[in-house]
Structure formats: C-alpha cells, structure tokens
Design a protein around this ligand. Structure first.
Ligand SMILES: [Fe+2]
Ligand SMILES: [Fe+2]
Length: 205
C-alpha cells in the first residue's frame, strides 16, 4: 500500500510539473547571444522532447523499483530516479524560459512507460537492468544528437543537456555493473522504434 501511494505521488508530481531538483540547474559560464524566433522555437521543441524523455524515465524507474524484490536494486532504481527528477525539473524550467509548452501527451507517455517498466521488472532483475542499460544508452545518443542540433547561441539549454548526458552514461554503467543482461537485438530495435515515435510526436505536441 505504502509503495503504491509513493508511486501515485510520483506520477502526480511528475505530471503536474511540481518536481523539485536536488542539484542546482547547470548554468553556462557566460550567457549566450539572444535567440531569434526560429532558434527559440527549435530549442523549445528539442527541450520538450527531452522533458518527455524525463517523464518516461520517472515512470520507468518507479515501475521497476515497485516490481523488484531486491532491496539493494530498489534503492539503486530510486537513486537514479532522483537524478532523473533533477533532469525533469531543469528541462521544465528551461521550457518556461523559452516560452514553450510541455507535451500535451505527457499523461499518455507516463502511462505507456510505466507499463513497459512493469513488464521489464516482471521479466526479472537481470532483464530489468538490461532494459535500463539499453534505454540510457539510447537516451545518451539521442542527447548527443540534440547537442548537435541545438542553436550554438542557446548555451543555457546546451549545459543542461550536457549534464543530463553525463548522468545517463553513469546510470547505464551502474546498471551494467549491477548485473544487466544484454537484451536481444529485436527488443532493442522495438525500443528504438518506440523512442522514435515518441520523439517525433513530442517535437510538435
Ligand atoms: Fe535523465
Ligand atoms: Fe538516466
């Protein structure tokens, strides 16, 4: 019951945009040049996609923490989820600064990711960790793509994305050393496809 309430509380905080970061938001050493309208729109779309990714990360980690029977692994999932909460709060704050909205489909993304997290968790801890490794790797590559696409002038978004990328690399490494199983190629392919649908939709919606 306790665990269910914690899960529900996390879902509500994630979707209502009231999550608080425990680390300060990264700031660039010097403010970039002002953005023109097209640059602001592009940054807003890319940061919206990243915010959706973090909504999904909350759902995945919380579902996996709910299902595992291993207390140490549960603590690891919860610790990673706290860092993802920082990412969530930072991307949200940046969207406000850019005058962009969060995805209107966030409840749907959260529900879908939560279901996938439950499935991964039910497949056993090794698979659940393997799923974390693959997800974090894909997110890390995706963030690299965004570092290439974000306007050079938008240093405020760029430092946030760079810190997120460093954290995701660490999450993958931690899950790997906790005993992750390598997922079969078809599963990794389906995950890539699902991520592509999400990122393309969230770019606009
Ligand atoms: Fe993240
Ligand atoms: Fe992560």
């Amino acid at each position: 019951m306790d665990r269910l309430l914690t899960t529900l509380d996390n879902a509500l905080r994630t979707l209502s945009g009231t999550s608080h970061a425990s680390r300060p938001c990264p700031v660039p050493p010097s403010p970039g040049a002002p953005l023109d309208d097209a640059q602001r729109r592009l940054s807003g779309a890319l940061m919206r996609v990243n915010q959706v990714g973090e909504v999904c990360a909350q759902a995945l980690y919380n579902a996996q923490a709910l299902v595992t029977q291993d207390p140490a692994l549960k603590r690891q999932f919860e610790a990673a989820a706290r860092e993802e909460t920082d990412h969530l709060a930072w991307t949200q704050q940046r969207l406000v600064e850019l005058g962009a909205h969060t995805s209107w489909l966030n409840p749907l993304w959260y529900a879908g990711a939560f279901g996938i997290g439950l499935l991964a968790g039910r497949a056993g801890d090794g698979v659940s960790l393997g799923f974390v490794v693959e997800t974090e790797r894909q997110v890390e590559q995706h963030l690299q793509g965004h570092l290439e696409r974000l306007p050079a002038e938008d240093s405020a978004s760029r430092v946030i994305v760079a810190q997120m990328q460093a954290d995701e690399v660490r999450h993958a490494a931690q899950a790997h050393s906790a005993g992750a199983v390598e997922l079969p190629a078809p599963v990794r392919g389906v995950m890539k496809l699902a991520a592509a649908v999400m990122t393309r939709t969230a770019h606009y919606l």
